[in-house]
Write a protein that binds this ligand. Sequence first.
Ligand SMILES: [Cu+2]
Length: 109
Amino acid sequence: MNALSLIIALSLVTVSPALAQAAGGMAGMSMDAAPAAKLGEGVGEVKAVDTKAGRITLHHAPVAALGWPAMTMTFRIDPQLLQGIKPGQKVKFTVKDGEAPEVVALAPL
Ligand SMILES: [Cu+2]
């Protein structure tokens, strides 16, 4: 290998990661333009259900994916998910974060 081909080989090695980073940055920008709703999974105890209003109050354990500590809070929920759900039950749930967080999946433990 002569000196010129060594330089070409080295520059290929160093350019490739830079191209990969540029592609990653562009993907990140498109995410910012249309942010996806953040989902988190948790477990908790049902404190209250309001089928008419489509609300559930849960005392939930920390939700790591959303950075939430343990707390009691009321969520929006599709009333269909509340069938058979009663206060005192332990449940696992998936919540969609936002201005009014919504439980989008719910199952007894
Ligand atoms: Cu909470």
